[in-house]
Design a protein around this ligand. Structure first.
Ligand code: GGG
Length: 359
């Protein structure tokens, strides 16, 4: 039995509460198979229910309650009928990312077998890239304010923040990832023709960083044509590095192009391990389908695989991926969720992946 890993489980809102139990079911199955000792501890905060009861998204001692864990397994946040989205996000997930210095948001985008994709002429293996999203600054800054509110002179300002440390560390991570992959190709998302101070700075830091990685082919696209190219030639990409907002957009678009955002995972990483990293699906709480038991749990399950990788449990992680691919390849409509063309449920899909891993 390997060292015990303590995992804080925060389902959050909406379908987060439905997909997290399936992620946990699969983690339990794979840890049983590989003799990994995972301990799960549940938390009810970072949810609209908690907000309704306490008037805040997090308790005062949230930082100390979470900081000793090896990882956080997170579902989704957002329930706009109860809490405005900017309050729920800034009051929970963005606090975690910033306070735990999870400055990398790693989001794989892969065309999986058996998934009906809108991409014509591409098959599994053709599209397989990572979006590396800067996760603590950029366009997601809380610097700004309002003046003359409610009058004709109303002014609203929000600054984009780029620090040399913040930009360089995400670029370094992305270049190293690209350097470790067979294609050794890094694409940078910019918009330096329109955003004339921060984005040229980003480009300049990319150029300087690239000098340390002579084996990595590097190109850059303005974000507008980059989104077009995600749709038109997704096999061009290997590792894509982007600022916080651009990375958020690209990492929804990428998985949507490969069939469904329901399968997309993410890892919010604190690379030096001072604080816990956080693993969550890319999708949000999806109020439109919440409570129906039809949400696709694969994004959550795959996020669990990324967590195992983070722990160095690479075989167990690969087993989860194989389980996902095997169930998707079966094409069994009674198991697959509606976004995958099936008539199954969140639990039928999670259960099938768990039992495939154990079979
Ligand atoms: N599981 C991801 C989640 O809950 N996302 C909610 C959201 O709005 N996220 C915005 C972001 O990641 O910046």
């Amino acid at each position: 039995m390997s060292l015990q890993k303590a995992i804080a489980v925060i389902p959050g809102d909406g379908i987060g509460q439905e997909v997290v139990p399936e992620g946990r079911r699969v983690l339990q199955a794979v840890s049983q198979k590989h003799g990994i000792d995972l301990e799960f501890v549940d938390f009810d905060f970072a949810s609209a229910d908690y907000y309704q009861a306490h008037g805040t998204m997090l308790p005062e001692d949230w930082f100390d309650s979470l900081r000793g864990f090896d990882a956080i397994f997170f579902g989704a946040v957002g329930w706009p009928d109860v809490v405005p989205d900017h309050i729920s996000l800034w009051g929970s997930l963005l606090q975690f990312r910033r306070s735990f210095d999870q400055y990398i948001n790693l989001r794989p985008c892969r065309l999986l077998p058996g998934v009906k994709s809108p991409l014509v002429g591409y098959g599994p293996g053709d599209v397989d890239f990572y979006v590396v999203r800067e996760n603590t600054e950029g366009e997601y800054s809380s610097i700004g304010g309002k003046m003359f509110e409610g009058t004709d002179r109303e002014i609203v300002v929000q600054e984009t923040v780029m620090t040399r440390t913040g930009v360089d560390r995400v670029l370094k991570f992305a270049f190293e990832l690209a350097d470790s992959r067979p294609n050794q190709h890094l694409t940078s998302a910019t918009k330096s023709n329109g955003i004339s101070i921060t984005m040229p700075y980003w480009d300049e830091r990319v150029k300087i960083m690239s000098e340390n990685y002579p084996e990595v082919r590097q190109d850059q696209f303005h974000i507008d044509i980059l989104t077009a190219n995600f749709v038109l030639k997704p096999n061009h990409f290997d590792v894509v590095v982007a600022s916080n907002l651009f990375g958020d957009i690209l990492s929804d678009l990428g998985p949507a192009c490969t069939g469904t955002i329901g399968v997309a995972p993410s890892a919010n990483i604190n690379p030096d391990g001072t604080f816990p990293s956080l693993f969550e699906p890319v999708h949000g709480s999806a109020p439109d389908i919440a409570g129906q038991g039809i949400a696709n749990p694969i994004g959550q399950i795959w996020s669990g695989a990324m967590m195992l990788d983070h722990f160095g449990e690479t075989e167990a992680s690969a087993d989860v991926l194989e389980g996902i691919e095997s169930v998707l390849s079966s094409g069994d409509a009674s198991i697959l969720t509606p976004d995958l063309g099936g008539r199954g449920s969140t639990s039928s899909l999670g259960e099938a992946i768990a039992s495939t891993i154990l079979s």
